[in-house]
Design a protein around this ligand. Structure first.
Ligand SMILES: *Cc1c(COP(=O)(O)O)cnc(C)c1O
Length: 367
């Protein structure tokens, strides 16, 4: 090979791509003879969407046409439901789509080549490092406390001149606790006004702590706050990819510019509208799942397990070195759960039978 040929550049992605962690999606359990398999690995709603929602989707035939790019009707419905101006809402392909808009608009690599910094708790949602670093920004991951809560003092201490965005996840996936209103307000009071604070409330409908934060009540008092919500969990529409952010107009303006056009299909918009029109039924189902969560939490406590408070539709067992072993024990019983390295295992609240099986696996494991 001549030296000229050697210098021909090969096709390579940006260097950051090789450095990104890989998203490990939860998998369904492998079948075991005589047992129904259950997936408790992705915090999905075990219930199918409401029949009203399924009918609305089935009747939607105009899929040869592009959707309404700004989801007018859905934002109007959401505005009524949340008591906020429809203009303060920006939809996205899931709340992850919303997060990508936020990061694209507010963090990245600067013209001088220096990365902005994005602070978040860790362990938290595994999509954060991927979304943050893809923009060219640097992740600043602040370890959660032993009880699975955000180390808010540590996150404040991590702020530098490069910090552009801070993500708070409440309840925190996968560890479980939610942030209180007082904690978030105290935090916001200490964050400089030029730093954007994202409150990821993907599981807000499952929260039962009366002290818990509600970002919708706060965002109008805090011009640097953006709230993320989704139809993936409580509404059971994970597959349709519809979520949204709520923030003041000087933020939404930028989010609309960077948003992927047509990211939310008409099917997803219609389904979300009908789900909101039947919100009482949705919340009644959520309440059933919360009851199941309470049953699982009480059962585990009775078995002697020590684990963080759960305000989402999942529980976190901080099993350390034994995490993979627990996941394998569950897999043998046709139950898929999520083990995160040597930190712990997250188990979603699912069907009654699946939850009972989880309890019996947990019981055998400690004994
Ligand atoms: C599940 C989850 C989401 C939701 O993602 P979608 O893109 O809306 O499906 C967002 N944030 C956290 C912390 C989650 O656990």
């Amino acid at each position: 090979m001549s030296s000229e040929e050697k210098s021909v550049p090969t096709l390579r992605p940006r260097p950051v791509v090789d450095r990104l962690p890989r998203y490990a999606a939860g998998k369904p359990a492998a079948p075991v003879p005589g047992l129904e398999a259950f997936k408790l690995a992705s915090n999905e709603n075990p219930l199918a969407p409401l029949p009203e929602v399924l009918t609305a989707i089935a009747e939607q035939v105009a899929i040869n046409r592009y959707p309404d790019s700004v989801a007018t009707k859905l934002r109007e419905k959401l505005g009524e439901y949340l008591g906020v101006p429809a203009d303060d809402i920006v939809t996205g392909a899931g709340s992850l789509g919303g997060l990508v808009q936020i990061l694209s608009a507010f963090a990245g690599q600067n013209d001088d080549g220096k990365p902005d910094e994005v602070i978040y708790a860790w362990r938290s949602f595994e999509a954060y490092p991927i979304c943050v670093q893809t923009t060219g920004a640097a992740s600043v991951a602040v370890p959660v406390l032993a009880d699975g809560r955000h180390d808010l003092d540590g996150m404040i201490a991590a702020i530098t001149d490069q910090t552009k965005v801070i993500i708070l996840c409440t309840p925190n996936n996968p560890t479980g606790p939610s942030l209180t209103k007082a904690e978030v307000e105290g935090f916001l009071a200490r964050v400089p006004a030029h730093i954007l604070v994202v409150l990821d409330e993907a599981y807000t409908e499952f929260v039962r702590d009366p002290e818990a934060v509600d970002g919708i009540q706060l965002y109008r008092s805090y011009p640097n706050l953006v709230v993320l919500r989704t139809f993936s969990k409580a509404h059971g529409l994970a597959n349709l990819r519809v979520g949204y952010s709520v923030s003041q107009p000087h933020i939404t303006e930028s989010l609309r510019i960077v948003a992927t056009p047509f990211a939310v299909s008409t099917l997803a918009q219609d389904a979300a509208v009908v789900s909101l029109e039947n919100i009482d039924k949705v919340l009644a189902r959520v309440e059933e799942l919360v009851q199941e969560r309470n049953r699982v939490v009480a059962g585990l406590k009775k078995q002697g397990w020590d684990f963080p408070e759960s305000q989402g539709n999942f529980v976190w067992l901080p099993l350390g070195e034994r995490s993979q072993e627990f996941a394998q024990a569950a897999e043998k019983q046709a139950l898929s759960v999520r083990a995160f390295g040597v930190e712990g295992v997250r188990v979603s609240i699912g069907e009654v039978e699946a939850n009972s099986r989880f309890l019996s696996i947990a019981k055998d494991f400690v004994q």
